[in-house]
Design a protein around this ligand. Structure first.
Ligand code: ZN
Length: 320
């Protein structure tokens, strides 16, 4: 299995209570990943803004924050003996690898030259936005005016530089206008690491049918997000009792499959960044989803591609 998105590093950094990637009460732990057969776990350097920055960290600049998060990533993966994926070929050895990604383009503070520093750290996927406007682009939004806005000048520069460096562009959290700009300027694949189908759950964080088809046309993928708010069949912010249910995941996956084909399917759990009652609480529960997908008629070849093959294909695009 390859999981394209998690917020575990940010959660550990926020807590600072002695939890590690080996010992914590989160969804992602080294032991559960290995037991579940995860070969590639994306660990995002989610760079928080505003109230999402812990009180004691508020004097730090965003670049200092992402640097601290990277230090934490190195400390966790090195002490746990989880190798950083430097070449997608390494996935073939069957061991667990950490895949370094970023979420929130404001981390580079508008300085495009910092993308090569991220690449030197091993970053393979760069998320242009989180839920705020930044120097590069606009976020997904319920405000149609914001949602329609495209990339800024620096956003175009960022996607060109990422292509040059061999970093994939992540459009989860991006505005629809930004998605269109990425699609029309990128020749190779790009991806949505953790987004579902808007036709099933009508929230701006999910992708329209047209966007799903466009991703497929580019050879990209979208990772199934287990967040209750993006799975429910209602327009809603997360209610207190929100549940992340396998039956809802199945509806999304089957819709994405019928709309855009089997090659666009992937997994992006968003573990340790989501709350609610999770029917899939760790990767060890994932076989329950695969069984339900099989029962719903998804061919086993498509399930295999969703679990592993498609994400591997996209990660291999910039093999170097
Ligand atoms: Zn996210």
């Amino acid at each position: 299995m390859i999981d394209l998105h998690s917020d575990t590093i940010y959660s550990l950094w926020c807590r600072d209570d002695g939890s590690t990637i080996e010992k914590n009460d989160l969804s992602i732990r080294k032991e559960t990943l290995i037991k579940a057969g995860v070969r590639g776990q994306c660990l995002a350097l989610f760079t928080p803004m505003h109230e999402h920055v812990p009180e004691r960290k508020r004097s730090l600049s965003l670049w200092q924050i992402v640097s601290e998060l990277h230090d934490r990533f190195v400390k966790e993966t090195e002490s746990a003996g989880i190798p950083l994926l430097t070449d997608p070929e390494e996935l073939k050895d069957g061991r667990l690898h950490a895949i370094l990604t970023t979420e929130e383009g404001a981390a580079i503070e508008g300085d495009i030259s910092r993308l090569s520093i991220l690449r030197s750290w091993g970053v393979r996927i760069f998320g242009l936005t989180w839920n705020y406007e930044n120097e590069l682009a606009y976020p997904n939004s319920t405000d149609p005016d914001i949602m329609a806005r495209g990339l800024k000048k620096k956003g175009f520069e960022a996607i060109e530089e990422c292509s040059r460096l061999g970093i994939l562009i992540d459009v989860s959290h991006l505005s629809d206008g930004g998605f269109d700009d990425v699609a029309s300027h990128m020749k190779g694949p790009f991806l949505a690491t953790h987004s579902n189908a808007r036709a099933i759950t009508d929230v701006p964080r999910n992708l329209t049918d047209m966007q799903l088809k466009t991703l497929a046309d580019h050879g990209g993928v979208t990772g199934l997000n287990l967040c209750p708010a993006f799975l429910h069949d209602e327009k809603a912010t997360v209610p207190e009792s929100a549940e992340s249910r396998i039956c809802d995941m199945v509806r999304h996956v089957i819709h994405i499959y019928r709309t855009a084909g089997s090659e666009v399917l992937a997994i992006g759990t968003d573990f340790d960044g989501i709350e609610g009652k999770l029917e899939i609480r760790t990767h060890q529960d994932m076989p329950k989803l695969f069984e339900a997908l099989s029962a719903a008629g998804l061919p086993s070849s498509a399930i295999d591609r969703m679990a592993y093959g498609n994400a591997e294909r996209v990660l291999s695009f910039f093999r170097r």
